[in-house]
Ligand binder design. Structure first.
Ligand code: NAG
Ligand code: NAG
Ligand code: NAG
Ligand code: NAG
Length: 598
């Protein structure tokens, strides 16, 4: 149906700095200089079956990028808790293509002012089209709740000069990543239509790290489900594969636990600011279809004061003052360590939650950060702040929880303090999440544990916004002026990008670094600023986790190289409904990477 004559574009002068960037950078990527067009008549097959029809572009399912296939059937987990790779691929293909055709990017911000037309192919010449996209998955796997590394996420992508495209992958997740890259290769023309100017294309790609996550705190501030789904879309575009939900904290308990109804009824900030079991299923299956495994954290034994609203007898030191003595931030409180009602409560809590997690995730995070010894002076069942008294109680507490988690076939995750400060004896299946330093990551791996990196000096996105505490006039005002927070300065995308998850880890232990997570603690973030707090900074961590801190020559990746690609990707995210902040002002993006460099 399309003319196959090749357009000769003599007037096209490609700016070599703006070469149909892909974010995160693929492992290998070669391009030519042929122009191809693409339109919704493209034939797309998945393992030989038709997977796209142009009519799908106009159907009701595509009115919004963010409310796609969230219904439970046919794409939700079935009773056995599986989502087939067919349903992952068959939902991903129309989603990706519709998104490209509906939310195309006219790249005027990426070329010198008023010169866009010089960089665009002639719109009136005869056109060669990409006529087919043949998607092949070599090993249809149904497992979408893998442990890190169990799924091969690699893919190969080609587009020939003649307009034939292929995506090959082992798993459905590889297909997702290939599609994500494919649609980034096309621009919208200012006179209509979509094109790529760098065919033929050949990409071979695979992730550097197995665990590429965002930790989102939904307890300090609550987020409506659609806000979480929107972040899952953006995570998938950046080839992340984990969303860690920090589900509970001292300030609120937003998750409905039907067998312990007072937890959210009294512990949520307000009626309605909760996640029901069906909300959770929606989040989990929406993410699974996008290659993102959602896993949940109940932080404990500290960070649990919100439980006291419904079950006051379980919590020690609830709201104790002066709070600085008993906890890292108000309100203080901890589950009591010697109260026999606490294990009964925990058994019920996990019995309720774990079966609802199991179909969608391989992990459960039991927290364990910032346990404050003084809290237990006020615990009537302990009355001590002595490490020697507390340590065995915490060991018993964690063992009980982890045994229950293992019994349903999940793998426990803990914060680093449980291992490094409390010296707990933990079986080697436990994944230890580090946040305090590069040395911690190294020490955890040295002890033989699988570790998640995410040093707060680089990957805490809440930092640098200043104090959220108030200081009355007087000494504390003087002491804290000008009200910087403990982890100031702000981690801008360049600092996020400068972090090496392997820094501090001996070469022989590096295989134990599963990857890492960038963290969004929500004391000063809520649905109004969530997108711009996350994006584009999460993208910078995403490239490090997918592509590595170093390029193929072993050099540090450079901001000068990254900035134009990230600026382009940010525009694509904005076009698809993510309110990401700007990477640089237009003056810079209209130059090349060096225009605004030092
Ligand atoms: C991708 O291409 C490489 C190099 O040709 C090959 O070794 C690999 O098996 C291919 N992967 C897939 C998923 O087809
Ligand atoms: C930590 O535990 C190990 C073995 O369980 C023991 O050898 C070591 O002395 C302990 N360290 C501290 C600080 O208690
Ligand atoms: C590479 O980046 C690391 C931080 O990831 C930094 O410590 C190091 O100095 C950089 N090396 C060079 C040569 O710039
Ligand atoms: C980038 O832009 C600067 C300023 O306009 C120019 O001097 C430089 O030659 C350009 N570099 C490339 C590689 O295009």
């Amino acid at each position: 149906m399309h003319s196959s004559s090749i357009v000769v574009v003599t007037a096209l002068v490609l700016n070599t700095h703006i070469v149909h960037a892909i974010w995160p950078a693929p492992r290998s990527f070669s391009t030519g200089n042929t122009v191809l067009w693409i339109d919704p008549t493209i034939e797309v097959t998945y393992n030989g079956k038709k997977a796209w029809g142009a009519h799908q572009l106009w159907g009701p399912a595509f009115n919004s990028e963010h409310i796609l296939d969230t219904q439970e059937t046919p794409f939700g987990a079935n009773a056995a808790g599986t989502i087939s790779s067919d349903s992952v691929a068959f939902s991903a293909i129309p989603r990706a293509l519709a998104s490209m055709f509906k939310y195309g990017l006219i790249p005027w911000k990426l070329h010198p002012r008023n010169e866009l037309s010089q960089f665009e192919p002639a719109a009136d010449a005869s056109k060669t089209f990409v006529t087919s996209l043949c998607i092949t998955q070599k090993c249809p796997q149904n497992n979408f709740k893998p442990l890190a590394g169990e799924v091969d996420e690699s893919y190969n992508l080609t587009i020939s000069k003649e307009g034939e495209a292929t995506i090959d992958a082992i798993s459905a997740y590889g297909i997702l990543h290939g599609l994500t890259s494919f649609i980034q290769l096309f621009y919208e023309h200012s006179k209509g239509g979509q094109y790529i100017a760098v065919a033929p294309v050949s990409i071979a790609d695979a992730p550097k790290f197995k665990h590429r996550g965002l930790n989102l705190d939904v307890a300090r501030n609550w987020y409506p489900v659609p806000d979480i789904l929107r972040q899952i879309d953006a995570l998938a575009w950046n080839k992340f594969n984990r969303l860690h939900i920090h589900m509970s904290d001292s300030q609120s308990w937003p998750m409905d636990i039907p067998s312990l109804p007072l937890l959210s009824r009294k512990g949520a900030y307000s009626p309605g600011l909760t996640y029901s079991p069906s909300d959770m299923r929606q989040i989990q299956s929406y993410a699974a279809l996008r290659g993102v495994e959602v896993y949940i954290e109940f932080d404990m034994p500290g960070h649990t004061t919100s439980i006291a609203h419904g079950y006051p007898d379980l919590i020690a030191a609830a709201n104790a003052l002066p709070w600085e003595t008993y906890c890292a931030e108000p309100p203080c409180g901890s589950l009591q360590l010697g109260n026999p009602a606490v294990p009964v409560f925990l058994q019920k809590l996990f019995d309720d939650v774990l079966p609802r997690v199991k179909p969608y995730s391989a992990y459960f995070h039991t927290g364990g950060d910032e346990v404050n010894k003084n809290t237990y002076l006020l615990d009537p069942t302990v009355k001590s702040s002595d490490y020697k008294v507390l340590q065995p109680l915490i060991q018993k507490f964690v063992d009980r929880n982890h045994d229950q988690i293992r019994k349903v076939g999940l793998t426990p995750v803990v914060w680093e303090e449980m291992l490094l400060d409390w010296n707990l004896t933990l079986p080697k299946d436990v994944v230890v999440q580090s946040w305090l330093s590069d040395e911690s990551v190294g020490a955890i791996a040295k002890k033989g544990y699988k570790v998640l990196a995410g040093n707060y000096n680089y990957w805490y996105l809440d930092c640098g916004h200043g104090q959220w505490l108030n200081f009355d006039n007087g000494q504390s005002f003087q002491n804290f002026y000008p009200f910087n927070d403990y982890c100031s300065p702000l981690k801008n995308w360049r600092l996020v990008y400068a972090y090496d998850p392997l820094a501090g880890v001996a070469i022989e232990d590096q295989h134990l670094v599963l990857g890492g997570e960038v963290h969004m603690w929500s004391e000063q973030t809520d649905p109004v600023n969530l997108d711009s707090m996350l994006w584009p900074r999460v993208c910078a961590a995403g490239e490090t986790l997918w592509s590595g801190r170093h390029d193929s020559q072993g050099n540090n990746r450079s901001q000068v190289d990254a900035a134009p690609r990230l600026a382009e990707f940010r525009e694509r995210m904005v076009a698809r409904g993510i309110r990401a902040g700007p990477v640089q002002m237009v003056y810079c993006t209209q130059g090349n990477g060096t225009t605004c460099s030092l």
